[in-house]
Design a protein around this ligand. Sequence first.
Ligand SMILES: Cc1cc2nc3c(=O)[nH]c(=O)nc-3n(C[C@H](O)[C@H](O)[C@H](O)COP(=O)(O)O)c2cc1C
Length: 195
Amino acid sequence: MKKVIGIAGSPRRNGNSERALDSMLKGVEMAGGCIEKIVIRDINVSPCNSCGGCHVNGICVIDDDMQKMYPKLIEADGIIVASPLYFMGVSAQLKTFIDRFQSFWSRKYLLNQPIREGGIMSRGYFIATAARSGSEELFIGAIKTIKAFFHVSDTKYTGDLLFSGLEEKDALINTKPELLQQAFTAGKQFFSVIK
Ligand SMILES: Cc1cc2nc3c(=O)[nH]c(=O)nc-3n(C[C@H](O)[C@H](O)[C@H](O)COP(=O)(O)O)c2cc1C
């Protein structure tokens, strides 16, 4: 069964981005996919300290929960990343997680090894929520980070949901519940391109 990993990047549990992620994952499940959610604030992730340890064999030398995350990401057929917009970028917690994929960069560009056997590409999707009102322009910084993350993970950027005007924790469910339906539908569509 095809597997989709959802990465909840907000430190605020059950806030706007996580609720949108949950709806999208439900859509994936409804379409027949197997899902798993990683909540970044609940795992122990140290920042990359640029030690160069991964230059040797593409493996990060820091011994923390990321060692369990790498195989999950490699095995996933689809990856959905959700983040609040923080100072025009992704949350610090998510950025810390992403920076640890410098070991994938070493694997690809220093050691010329594919991330997945046979060079298989995964599919990626981005969900972002922000307090300010605005269009895609508001999310450009965060999108660039996610695109770089997907690129280094051999993951094709397949689409995004960019929800603005959501400040309070329950703003999405209280003021724009129709966006949850949009996320659910996006989940079903996302899985249809993975199958
Ligand atoms: C540290 C911090 C930085 C933020 N920076 C921005 C920002 O640059 N632009 C914006 O529109 N909203 C910003 N916000 C608001 C959040 O992006 C918004 O409330 C979002 O919906 C939160 O998602 P969550 O409920 O999943 O955590 C910021 C919030 C915090 C706590």
